[in-house]
Design a protein around this ligand. Structure first.
Ligand SMILES: *Cc1c(COP(=O)(O)O)cnc(C)c1O
Length: 368
């Protein structure tokens, strides 16, 4: 059996380090806003190459709080990709603003060519998503944004360590929202999130917003939220961060194996690596019109797959009244043809080769 992802294995890979981390926190007896959070924020800001990291409770809050800090609200519009995890859209909706979808390119990333046509007088910001660990075309996105006076928030929830023309994702725009949900490349063992930015004033506002609008205990400057990254998760994340570069190299090796072995399969579209991008392969997503058949074929051989994502946000029940009427054929086509193959640092090269061989069998390709 080849699992899609095994987080017990991820923990076991460095169990003694994780054990030391949680024991350090429990012995200290300080669980919120302490030295582990401060250290993690410092270490992650350095990793991303920005001045500020603000730990928050999850990735949705990270995105939402930045849009709030920018005073985006009812009557405003924010441009988002037509296919993404629904949190990208929900962060906009939670502000009372309207997500305005723009169709995707061949890697399921916001297509910068289509942004201009979606801009109105109400547009305030653009949220490109580095989906599946592949950097969005930030040069083109930023050009449109700067010309039109729009802010740019990177949704970096799946892109810890990815680079665009040598620069880390999360350092490319006005701010970035991160998720440390357990399955992410930099996953906690529970919920977690963070924001990175070089903007001092924004960082100060966000530190208040995540903590009841307060920077001095019981003095509340803003009607804030409770969205804190706790000490236990921060301590565990510091361990995971120390291994992130190695983990991402393992993923890159797996991706290379897939790309080589599956090259030339008829009716199978593979991810491409645009010039200047260094993806971190949060997911390895292929596309085929025979998606359901392929998934069944692999399941029969004990190989687990998943679909990212089967329902594009505009087709979700949550958005039928506001967005259900929209024609977004590329988002629909993605949802109907995509299949994610097993991809994690814990998978062995032999397992990846076995998956690739099974896919070749399905397409009646000779063994390599
Ligand atoms: C996981 C994810 C989020 C939300 O993160 P949570 O920590 O689950 O709230 C946002 N955007 C994308 C693209 C994600 O994959």
């Amino acid at each position: 059996m080849i699992p899609f992802l095994d987080l017990a294995d991820a923990f076991a890979a460095h169990a003694s380090e994780y054990d030391a981390a949680w024991q350090r926190v429990t012995r200290r007896g300080w669980f919120i806003a302490g030295e582990e959070l401060a250290a993690f924020e410092q270490e992650f800001a350095t990793f991303v190459g920005v001045k500020h990291c603000i730990g928050v409770a999850n990735g949705l809050d990270a995105l939402h709080l930045v849009l709030r800090a920018w005073d985006i609200g009812p009557g405003d519009e924010v441009i988002v990709p037509s296919q993404t995890f629904i949190a990208t859209w929900l962060a906009v909706s939670w502000c009372g603003a309207t997500p305005v979808p723009v169709e995707i390119d061949e890697n399921c990333l916001l297509d910068p060519e289509r942004i201009e046509a979606a801009i109105t007088v109400r547009t305030r910001a653009i949220v490109p998503v580095h989906l599946f660990g592949q950097p969005a075309d930030m040069g083109a996105v930023l050009t449109v944004a700067r010309n039109r006076g729009l802010r740019v928030l990177e949704d970096a929830a799946q892109a810890h360590g990815a680079r665009y023309h040598g620069q880390p994702c999360g350092s490319l725009a006005d701010a970035a929202g991160w998720s440390m949900y357990p399955g992410k490349n930099l996953g906690a063992f529970g919920d977690g999130g963070a924001i990175t930015t070089d903007d001092d004033a924004l960082a100060t506002t966000l530190r208040k917003l995540r903590n009841y609008g307060s920077s001095v205990k019981y003095h509340h400057d803003l009607a804030g939220f409770n969205s804190r990254l706790d000490e236990l998760q921060a301590a565990l994340l510091r361990v995971r961060l120390a291994h992130l570069v190695d983990d991402n190299l393992q993923r890159a090796d797996h991706a290379r194996r897939y790309l080589t072995a599956l090259d030339g399969c008829p009716n199978l579209l593979l991810p491409t690596i645009p010039k200047g991008t260094e993806p971190v392969w949060h997911l390895f997503v292929v596309r085929t019109p025979r998606r359901d058949e392929l998934a069944r074929f692999l399941a029969d051989r004990g190989i687990a797959t998943q679909i990212h994502y089967p329902v594009p946000p505009h087709r979700a029940k949550a958005y039928t009244t506001t967005h259900g009427h929209l024609e977004l054929p590329l988002a629909d086509a993605w949802a109907n043809t995509c299949l994610s193959l097993p991809m994690s640092p814990q998978h062995t090269a032999a397992q990846i080769d076995e998956v690739a061989a099974a896919v070749r069998d399905f397409f009646v390709m000779p063994k390599v």
